[in-house]
Design a protein around this ligand. Structure first.
Ligand code: NDP
Length: 243
């Protein structure tokens, strides 16, 4: 089985990749800038788990780059049977200060990226009558985040994409689900000071911040046979932050 995890050079995506490698999948790593870190992860996964693994650089917001990436993956690892749309960026900005570029970039990476990658992956999945797509949205796509309207809008769009696409491709044997993480400690949280991070921890009913492994476990469940009757769903991994 071949899995592609977009944005897997670091953070949540890297941990998801590790989870699939542990299960013996052939793993396609993707990044846009952090190629060195993706190559290091790739070497470690090959060495630790004896799997096939490759790094495929592409900006997922660019449909031509996504098309090229899928061609390269097909050549070296075969058709993508499990797609994890994980690549994402976030910035904090007052709504009236969001520039056209910032809006387009955020929606481009998160929403266009998932659209382009899913569109490339689906024909082979439909032909085979099996496949799994998992979109990494956010709890802020469910409830809205102040000063992150562009991010919330893109993540909410990803939930809509999940539900509509799940209905369309279910008769073709393809399942599409969505994971909505809460506060997960990765580079994405670097912009927040210690005080804000502590406030977020205290706001989380389980009184801890999430780790990339928390999200990876949910993704592995949704990709596995144990979730064979689950499609079009939104699984919150947020310590109870959003109930
Ligand atoms: P990180 O910032 O740690 O990692 C982001 C990853 O996305 C990197 O591998 C980065 O690679 C990649 N990426 C960014 N832009 C592009 C692009 N245009 N094309 C391809 N890859 C790209 O973030 P997290 O691991 O924290 O986040 C992963 C996902 O989880 C995101 O979608 C995020 O929105 C979501 N999420 C995170 C939460 C958190 O608290 N951390 C909470 C809720 C959701 P490169 O460096 O090469 O660009």
């Amino acid at each position: 089985m071949t899995v592609l995890i977009t944005g897997s050079s670091r953070g949540i995506g890297a941990q998801i990749a590790r989870g699939f490698a542990r299960k013996g999948y052939s793993v396609a790593l993707n990044c846009s800038k952090s190629e060195e870190s993706a190559q290091r992860l790739c070497a470690r996964l090959r060495e630790e788990y004896g799997i096939s693994c490759g790094v495929f650089r592409a900006d997922v917001s660019d449909s031509a780059e996504v098309k090229r990436m899928f061609g390269e993956i097909r050549e070296s690892l075969g058709e993508v049977e499990v797609l994890i749309n994980n690549a994402g960026i976030s910035t904090q900005r007052l709504f009236t200060d969001i520039t056209d570029d910032e809006w387009r970039r955020t929606v481009g990476v998160i929403l266009d990226g998932a659209f382009y990658c899913s569109r490339e992956a689906l024909p082979a999945m439909i032909r085979k009558k099996s496949g799994v797509i998992i979109n990494i949205s956010s709890m802020w796509g469910e409830v809205g985040a102040s000063c992150e309207v562009h991010y919330s809008a893109a993540k909410a769009g990803l939930i809509g994409l999940t539900k509509a696409l799940a209905k369309e491709v279910a008769p073709s044997g393809v399942r599409v689900n969505c994971v909505t993480p809460g506060v997960i400690m990765t580079d994405m949280m670097k912009g927040f000071d210690r005080e804000t991070t502590e406030e977020l921890r205290l706001e989380t009913p389980l009184e801890r911040l999430g780790a990339p492994e928390d999200v990876a476990q949910a993704v592995l469940f949704l990709a596995g046979e144990g979730s064979g009757f689950i499609t079009g769903q939104v699984l919150g991994v947020n310590g109870g932050f959003v109930i």
